[in-house]
Write a protein that binds this ligand. Sequence first.
Ligand code: GLC
Ligand code: GLC
Length: 830
Amino acid sequence: MRYGHFDDEAREYVITTPRTPYPWINYLGSEDFFSLLSHTGGGYSFYRDAKMRRLTRYRYNNIPTDEGGRYFYVHDGGDVWTPGWLPVKAELDHYEARHGLGYSRITGERNGLRVETLFFVPLGETAEVQHVTLTNTSDAEKTVSLFSFVEFCLWNAQDDQTNYQRNLSLAEVEVELDGPHGSAIFHKTEYRERRDHYAVYGVNTRADGFDTDRDSFTGPYNGLGEAAVPHAGKATGSVASGWYPIGSHQVDVTLAPGESRSLTYVLGYVENPHDEKWAPADEAAGVPAMQRVNRERAHALLSRFATTEQTLAAFEALRTSWTDLLSTYSVTSTDEKLDRMVNIWNQYQCMVTFNMSRSASYFETGIGRGMGFRDSNQDLLGFVHLVPERARQRIIDIASTQFADGSAYHQYQPLTKRGNNDIGSGFNDDPLWLILGVAAYVKETGDWAVLDEPVPFDNEPGSEVPLFEHLTRSFRFTVENRGPHGLPLIGRADWNDCLNLNCFSTEPGESFQTTENQAGGVAESVFIAAMFVHIGPEYAELAERRGLADVAAEARAAVEDMRTAVLEHGWDGEWFLRAYDFYGNPVGTDAKPEGKIWIEPQGFAVMAGIGVDASDPASPASPAVRALDSVHEHLATPHGMVLQWPAYTSYQVELGEVSTYPPGYKENGGIFCHNNPWVIIGETVLGRGERAFDYYRRITPAYREDISDVHRLEPYVYAQMIAGKEAVRHGEAKNSWLTGTAAWNFVAVSQYLLGVRPEHDGLVVDPQIGPDVPSFTVTRVARGARYEIAVTNAGAPGARGRLVVDGVPVEGSTVPYAPAGTTVRVEVTV
Ligand code: GLC
Ligand code: GLC
């Protein structure tokens, strides 16, 4: 069952009923100001940091879910309704929400009045614009009142939901009815002392009334759906003093039949220089010194959206910037679902993970995790082609949180960029991800100078070494931290945060990762070993190209040692082991009743080429083929591949958090979508494109649109997890938007299925998508040149493409980089 449809031309998902199984959201903003916006208008806004600078309030865990956002109430001759359906829930004659790239448009119609609101964050602004158009679709004149509504958060989102004894006495606002560009409400809580910023909520007309005190607006004991003011049809003019500050304007509108009127609301963040905080005293106007906020910057902001023409021009600029951004990689194929995921939604989600990391979604509260070391490096793989300069800065920020011994802070704070001491380090996969991220950046850009960039350890001034030295420390960290089988020590966890082999936790509330109650942990990770074999050669390659032939040779030898160790000690018989636990017992073995086979080492080992028979990659005798066939047999389901099987049915203290989830959820037998693309890529390594593409379609949202009632989350973005085969709700997704799934699936589909990937000397073109996509064209812009790659694809197993570059047949699969500004035509026959 569906709840809408894709509009590929407009690059929008169109939701046609407000009764989706869960709030389906979008993100506005790509620089400093961000909003989360659901299809009914729910969500919140913040400036840069979702914890420290939250403009509007949002209640997670609310009943009903997703009540709270920006709302417009219509009072039409006693009938009260909200065009986004919530919170009033009056039936609508027509409803539609269109989520686009950085904007959404929500339309509701009732009793001959249509109200359409376009929400977006304009480029270069620290504000959300809400452009409301009311149209009288009846054949009689109509007079209605429109009441806007936002609830202000007292800035620090954590404090805001905990410290009521103080907070309920703090709120302060100012109201300006006759401003230069209409009416405005200023939220200035804590401005009198340590804050130099305030929020403004304005409308580009003189309002007919206002409210700024929540209880006056709702009336005592009412929910937002029953709010007293819109039902009475009359604002009360309340001025908040303590309690709960809100911003609401009343605007009365009379429309002839067929007539429309637009209003522009702006919710903005304004910061003043400390010595320009206050408006000068003005005795005549009754303004004492240091009491009224300096409104100049707010007025300047509102002046830029004073007319509909200005607002729509800003909207066009936003649309154009997305068109430009997405032109770097696009495909036209025989499969429209593939095209829309590759061209629009997957890349869009990658940009959202760039902006948000794991901070704010409907599953992340914006007050919890900072930026993850491993997560950020992997996210980079999905956006490096879109915003290479910003990727460069991100790399430097990440590397600056590394320690001199090569280990790294697991997380860091986006505003201070400092490592997070509560979590510290000890996640032994972290260092290697840095090499992968940097290599991807260099391949994309050819910017070798980045490797000479001075980068500190732990942000300590004076400790700077060239970035390349950081990679060396990362590489050595793995070499130097190995256990009894020559495999890497796992530390607190590797990629799987919940496989905690050196911490035996029995107390509720204890951290599974950071509780130190087991000294001398020698648990080893086959997964990190596979990572090392996959990523180590990237390091060797960079070294070699920097003229360090010895370093490269030594690195390659270390990689070969590791490969041997994996085949000798990391092989169970039909698949790769997952780990050795604290006692030296294998994890992920057929010898155990549960957790027999785990997905992560299978995918990564085959990606790395471990156990691949180079002369016959599909050879059934090779460990690689046996491992992936075992995945197919034990882990694959119609909804994707589960993380391990059988899931644990009881708590295994020596394994940690992984066994705390009920079977089938999260890391305990859930379909953890982040790791599925490793198997997909692994299948392409074996030349089994058909199976790879089949796996891709099982988890990719556009292909799941028809089962939206089962999947339940947005059909346009990946979720972190889909409940596994042993779960009560198999096929149900959770934790959409902020997940490494976005980057890895983009890598899988763009670089391996469609097969166009940047290497150091050129674009490799090696499609492995099987017979279901008989022809396609990829347009790729790389290092300033444009490549038009037309593929005719029979997709036979093991077949590799033959390339004709600008009319000339070439050997192999590399198209050398062409000068910037040129266009290269590539014809490929598979
Ligand atoms: C979460 C974490 C990520 C981890 C994964 C598996 O997505 O953000 O760092 O690798 O879970 O545990
Ligand atoms: C929990 C989750 C895991 C996530 C981690 C982040 O362990 O199960 O997915 O990576 O928290 O700290």
